[in-house]
Design a protein around this ligand. Structure first.
Ligand code: AP5
Length: 260
C-alpha cells in the first residue's frame, strides 16, 4: 500500500511511471474511495462543452467516453454502410435515425471496458432513445444509478463556441480560437497535426442543429428530472470550474442526482 501511495504521489507530481497508472487508481489511493461510477449521461446543446468535459471525466475516472457523434464521424470517414447513411444527415444538422444510433450504442455498451462505468456524450438525444436506453441498461444488468448532467450554456455563447471550434483529427483534442487557442495557430499542441473545422460547424448547419436540439433533445431534461436523476451544471464557467462541478456531482453519485 505504501509503495502504491508513493507511486500515486509520483504520478500526481508527473514523475516517472506516471503514464502507466490510470487516474482512477490514483484517485482511489489518494482518497480511499472506490470509484466505480454509474453510467453518466452528458446532456447539453451543441457546443455546450460535452465533448470537452467527457474527455476530462474519462481521464479522471478511467472509464470510456462514448460519443455517438465521434463514432458516426469515424464511420463517415471510413465510408462504412452506417457512415454512408449518416453522412448527409450530419452535414445538414439533422438527427440520424434512432434505430441506427441505438444499434451502434448497444454494440459499444456490450464491450468489456464498459463494466465499471461509462460516459455517454450526445446520447440519448430523443425521448425514444432515452426509453430504449433505460431498457438496455436493465437488460445488461446495470445496477449503478444513472447520473445525468445537464451542461447549460446560453445561445450567444454556443454560437461563438461552435464557430470557433477546431479539433485535432488524430487525437481528438478540442480547441477554440476564442477561448482555448492552441499554442501555435492551427496546430495541435499534443501532436503537431494541422487542426480541422467540423463540416457541421457552419452558421447554417449550426442553426439547424440548435433547432433540432430544442425540439428533440431539450424534452430529455424534463424526462430525467421526473426520474429524479437530473443535475444541472453552469457550463458558461471556465472549463476547469465546470469540470470541478461535474466531478463533485459524480463523486456525490446518486445522492447528488436531482439537484434542482
Ligand atoms: P455531436 O458530435 O454529438 O455534436 P453536438 O451534440 O452538436 O455537440 P458538439 O460536439 O457540437 O458540442 P459539445 O457539447 O461536445 O462541445 P465541445 O466540447 O466540442 O453530434 C454531431 C451530429 O451527429 C449530430 O448533429 C447528429 O447528426 C449526429 N448524432 C450524434 N449523436 C446522435 C444521436 N444520439 N442521435 C441521432 N443523431 C446523432 O465544445 C465546443 C467548443 O466550445 C470547443 O471549441 C471548446 O473548446 C469550447 N468550450 C468548451 N467548454 C468551454 C468553456 N467552459 N468555456 C469556453 N469554451 C468552451
Amino acid at each position: 500500500m505504501k509503495a502504491l501511495r508513493r507511486a500515486a504521489d509520483a504520478f500526481a507530481e508527473g514523475g516517472s511511471g506516471a503514464k502507466l497508472m490510470p487516474a482512477s487508481i490514483i484517485h482511489e489511493v489518494m482518497t480511499g474511495k472506490n470509484i466505480a461510477v454509474g453510467p453518466i449521461i452528458l446532456l447539453g446543446a451543441p457546443g455546450a462543452g460535452k465533448g470537452t468535459q467527457a474527455k476530462l471525466i474519462a481521464q479522471n475516472y478511467a472509464i470510456p467516453h462514448i460519443s455517438t457523434g465521434d463514432i458516426l464521424r469515424q464511420n463517415v470517414s471510413r465510408r462504412t454502410e452506417l457512415g454512408q447513411k449518416a453522412k448527409a444527415v450530419i452535414e445538414q444538422g439533422g438527427l440520424v435515425s434512432d434505430d441506427l444510433v441505438n444499434a451502434m450504442v448497444a454494440d459499444r455498451l456490450s464491450q468489456a471496458d464498459c463494466k465499471r462505468g461509462f460516459i455517454l456524450d450526445g446520447f440519448p438525444r430523443t425521448v425514444a432513445q432515452a426509453e430504449w436506453l433505460d431498457k438496455e441498461l436493465t437488460s445488461l444488468g446495470n445496477e449503478s444509478p444513472l447520473v445525468v448532467i445537464s451542461v447549460e450554456v446560453g445561445y450567444n455563447q454556443l454560437l461563438q463556441r461552435l464557430t470557433g471550434r477546431r479539433s485535432c483529427p488524430v487525437d481528438g483534442k478540442i480547441y477554440n480560437i476564442h477561448f482555448q487557442p492552441p499554442k501555435q495557430q492551427g496546430v495541435c499542441d499534443l501532436c503537431g497535426t494541422q487542426l480541422i473545422q467540423r463540416l457541421d460547424d457552419t452558421e447554417k448547419v449550426i442553426s439547424e442543429r440548435l433547432k433540432n436540439y430544442e425540439r428533440d433533445t431539450l424534452p430529455l431534461v424534463d424526462y430525467y428530472r421526473r426520474q429524479g436523476r437530473l443535475c444541472r451544471v453552469n457550463g458558461e464557467l471556465p472549463v476547469e470550474q465546470v469540470m470541478q462541478e461535474i466531478f463533485r456531482t459524480i463523486d456525490g453519485g446518486a445522492a447528488a442526482a436531482g439537484n434542482e
